[in-house]
Design a protein around this ligand. Structure first.
Ligand code: NAD
Length: 514
């Protein structure tokens, strides 16, 4: 079935900026509200709340979402299993129609949903708009992929027997998602398994519970049956392990950091009393993504691509360039251009549409500052390293040069606006440095040398390789997304094999009697 990506909004057009500002003003009047859990179609309060604040203005309450505990997880999984039988028995076409309706609701609420992300996640207009567009894309793309998986699939013929396979959904699974694409990733991780007949307990990041609540509003509006999507917001310490360990959790669809992913993988491997299956775990994790620039590159272009890759959304993308690897002969010229552009970036409140805004929380800010301290000792600080306004979790665009490839700065994921520049003798050396971490998410090469571009295709060990462009901004269906090595289990969101991972193959052999 055909699929086209949702067009991004052009914010060079003044009327679009105006529409966005109107949406922000409208959403502002609704900040601070309380939201219940959604379990089996019931709206439920628990008497306790997770509070969500604007990362760029920590005095502004975005909303409170009910704080679920273990009892709510039990209820949510029971509700998901109760919904599983009818939902999985529904024809694929009907589920697809609902997912498409969800896309329509999001299209209609596009600017409003984006405005919520500007307030809750600190996304500027283009980043928030792209997040909604990607959520819509996930709905439409998985809806387009699903029909091929329906029905009976013939195996090779055998005399006197009919052999077929059915692809059957797994059951009730758990979605554990990050805050950095609070609508897109959350939607994709929920809608993919659901369209092929699974039911879900959704546990968003405690940093962006209100955007998750907006997803539920959209799903309710689209008319999803009760129990298909159950939302349990809560604290990691209360419900994280509990969701993973639960004997009735059939699968876990996780996107987040390496440490959490490894913990989930280990715990999910333990078969609990009463458990009837081996839990299936899909992990999308972090990166230490590198862009290589060689001596054949156009350096103005390379510097622009590097700045876009390193500082889009303040470096808070798993795909963000955190290492810029420059070959010796052009190193100084590239660094000069890069630092000039990086230091011109505007940092401020997200509703004013700066280049990037505050980091998501105090922990994220502290982490960036900790690495900045390390960098001051072990490398050369060229710009940034400051905190900016104390109203929120701000860190200015920071560049370190002469970073040693094996140092902590060059090996560990920072997830902030801190870029390490590494000097390489030549292209060979650069490729070795690029591959020299435990991660393998995204990477790129800017070069006009065909042989090197081809070599990168073979030897650069990343799930998403970008040649002669920025290394962020994968589009659903065009660039299936997910990493190699410790960046993940190659789940490949937005790709043709994604849905298949939430289905089991059941084979039926029927003897032709008489
Ligand atoms: P995180 O690991 O802190 O949290 C991710 C999710 O796991 C959240 O919902 C969190 O509440 C939950 N969680 C935390 N502890 C848990 C536990 N013990 N059991 C179960 N769940 C638990 O990550 P984050 O800060 O939300 O997101 C940023 C990270 O996500 C970065 O490392 C980034 O690279 C990664 N990421 C990867 C991709 C990808 O596609 N590969 C995409 C986006 C983000």
């Amino acid at each position: 079935m055909s699929f086209t990506n949702e067009a991004l909004t052009d914010f060079t057009a003044p009327q679009n900026v105006e529409t966005y500002r109107t949406a922000l003003a409208e959403v502002r009047t609704r900040l601070g509200a309380d939201y219940p859990l959604t379990i089996g179609g019931h709206k439920l309060e628990t008497g306790d709340w997770i509070e969500s604040y604007n990362p760029g203005d920590t005095s502004q309450l975005i909303g409170r979402s009910a704080k679920g505990g273990q009892a709510e997880v039990d209820r949510a999984l029971t509700a998901a299993w109760a919904a599983f039988r009818p939902w999985s028995a529904q024809p694929m076409d009907e589920r697809i129609a609902l997912v498409r309706r969800l896309a329509d609701v999001m299209r209609r609420r596009r600017f409003e949903l984006a405005a919520w992300m500007t307030y809750e996640a600190g996304k500027n207009y283009a980043e928030a708009d792209a997040d909604v567009a990607e959520a819509i894309d996930f709905c439409e793309y998985y809806a387009a992929q699903a029909p091929a998986l329906a029905g009976e699939h013939e195996t090779y013929p055998s005399p006197g027997e009919r052999n077929t396979s059915l692809l059957v959904p797994l059951g009730a699974g758990v979605v554990i998602s990050p805050w950095n694409f609070p609508l897109a990733i959350f939607t994709g991780m929920a809608v993919g398994p659901a369209v092929v007949g699974n039911t879900l307990v959704l546990k968003p990041s405690p940093d962006t519970p209100i955007v998750a609540q907006k997803f539920i509003e959209c799903a309710d509006e689209a008319g999803f049956p009760a129990g298909v999507f159950n939302l349990v917001t809560g604290a990691d310490a209360d419900i994280g392990d509990y969701l993973v360990d639960h004997p009735t959790t059939r699968f876990i669809n996780f996107t987040g950091s390496l440490n959490t992913g490894i913990r989930i993988n280990q715990r999910a491997a333990v078969v609990q009393p009463g458990q009837l299956w081996i839990k299936k775990v899909g992990l999308e994790m972090g990166g230490k993504d590198a862009l290589i620039v060689d001596e054949t590159a156009d350096l103005d272009y390379a510097a622009r691509m590097a700045v876009a890759s390193g500082y889009g959304f303040g470096g808070q993308k798993c795909s963000a360039m955190s290492r810029l690897i420059a070959v010796e002969t052009i190193h100084d010229e590239l660094v000069e251009r890069f630092v000039t552009l990086a230091s011109e970036l505007e940092v401020g409140p997200a509703d004013e549409n700066p280049d990037f805004s505050a980091l998501i929380n105090q922990r994220a800010k502290d982490k960036s500052l900790e690495y900045i301290d390390i960098g001051r000792e072990t490398a050369q600080l060229l710009t940034g390293g400051e905190t900016g306004s104390e109203a929120g979790h701000y860190v200015t665009p920071t560049v370190f040069a002469d970073v040693e490839p094996d140092s902590r700065l060059a090996q560990e994921e920072i997830f902030g606006p801190v870029v390490s520049i590494i000097r390489a003798r030549d292209f060979d050396h650069a490729l070795g440095i690029a591959n020299g971490t435990m991660f393998g998410l995204t990477g790129g090469l800017i070069s006009q040398d065909r042989e090197r571009l081809d070599r990168a295709k073979r030897e650069f060990e990343v799930g998403n390789l970008y040649l002669n462009r920025k290394i962020t901004g994968a589009f659903v269906g065009l660039q299936p997304f997910g990493g190699l090595r410790l960046s993940g289990t190659t789940v490949k969101a937005g790709g043709p094999y994604y849905l298949r991972q939430y289905l089991a193959e059941k084979t039926i052999a029927e003897k032709q009697l008489g």
